[in-house]
Ligand binder design. Structure first.
Ligand code: PMV
Length: 359
């Protein structure tokens, strides 16, 4: 049985679920986000509560688009995923199972017993490579949450949507319901809290050039990484360092100080990789392609281009720079034989509802 989703108001989320919702299609686009201070390690897995607060920038071009339609009949949720050619196909179990579990939670949260109806057809398309450490679970679960809640007729706050997205099990999805620069949880001493926008996207037009070196699905999920984090001897030291790092990252964003922010972001990403490498059993996310990109970044910095790297639970590399260096950075990594694709992204405005549906 799925536990009802807790809302900050402590009640069921929607008052008149389902009525009038049948047959209505709703589509949302939600962006991925790049954590500048990473979420790594959970204090409560059932509720997806992080060990420490994280800070992210919401992206703009890396998005998931999700259409949902709710049916009166009982049955299994139909989960479709767009392939590389854009055509919708039935999703495999590893994609569909967590989607169905999340829909169960959302249904339970609005008092719908899935056994007697309220099943969905869900279709998702990602604008970027999925399940390779580029936060497609954050964008995907944010889009699914927004579309499913809206399709059930819900009027709800961003705080509630953030908590509902978090309930998917992908904590970073809690940040993807908001645009700009985001902290989760808020306030930082309340692990149960939602994400909150620190600054709007207009505050700072920072660019994220993404060097794709491994487009295939990663072998070890971030959930496995979260679970193993505590087994690393480095994890306690990270938790001790995070409060001052988080404050310093907030100050660097406030001051639009890329040199300061970049140094902090690289330390944070390196720490996550060190913890993964020293977990039991170890997790090795970087590849030779990753290291080739990091060496190129060092070369660019030596030649006076301010660019800073970050890595998530995967091999692909995010490169932060100002708009006037974006082209130089993208061109410099594109010439590496290990780099299969370069994506150019920037701080974005957050999710939006679309009139055009995927089916
Ligand atoms: O939200 P999850 O469970 O996919 O974990 C996200 C983990 C990182 O991407 C590595 C860090 C983060 O804060 O996004």
């Amino acid at each position: 049985m799925t536990a009802p989703v807790a809302s900050p108001r402590g009640s069921l989320l929607l008052e008149h679920p389902f009525e009038g919702a049948v047959g209505r299609k709703v589509t949302y686009e939600a962006p991925a986000n790049l954590a500048l201070v990473k979420y790594w390690g959970m204090r409560n897995e059932e509720l997806t509560l992080p060990c420490a607060p994280s800070i992210s920038m919401t992206l703009s071009a890396c998005v998931s688009t999700t259409t949902v339609e709710v049916h009166q009949r009982a049955g299994r949720d139909e989960v479709l995923l767009a392939g590389e050619d854009g055509r919708l196909e039935r999703a495999g179990a590893s994609f569909a199972a967590p989607v169905r579990r999340h829909l169960d939670r959302l249904r339970a949260g609005v008092g719908i017993d899935g056994a007697s109806g309220g099943h969905f057809t869900v279709a998702t398309r990602n604008s970027f490579p999925s399940r390779c450490g580029l936060a497609s679970s954050a964008s995907g679960f944010a889009a699914l949450t927004l579309a499913a809640v809206a399709s059930l007729g819900g009027e709800t706050s961003f705080e509630e949507l953030s908590l509902l997205a978090r309930a998917s099990g992908s904590g970073s999805a809690a940040r993807s319901v908001l645009g700009g620069w985001v902290v989760w949880p808020s306030p930082p001493n309340a692990p149960n809290g939602p994400a909150k926008q620190l600054f709007p996207p207009e505050h700072w037009d920072l660019r994220d050039v993404i060097a794709v070196v491994e487009p295939g699905a990663k072998e070890i999920s971030s959930l496995a990484g979260h679970r193993r984090a505590r087994s690393s001897g480095l994890f306690a030291a990270r938790l001790g360092a995070l409060p001052s790092r988080r404050a310093a990252v907030e100050r660097a964003i406030a001051a639009r100080d890329l040199a300061r922010l970049g140094a902090l972001v690289e330390t944070d990403a390196a720490e996550l990789q060190a913890i993964a490498l020293s977990s039991e059993p170890p997790i090795v996310y970087p590849t030779t392609g990753t290291l080739a990109v990091l060496r190129r970044v060092a070369g660019l910095r030596d030649s006076g281009v301010p660019v800073y790297w970050s890595l998530d639970a995967g091999a692909n590399v995010h490169l932060l720079c100002e708009p006037h260096h974006e082209r130089t950075v993208a061109d410099a990594v594109a010439t590496l034989p290990e780099v299969l694709r370069v994506l150019r992204d920037r701080v974005g405005h957050g999710p939006r509802r679309l009139e055009k549906h995927l089916f």
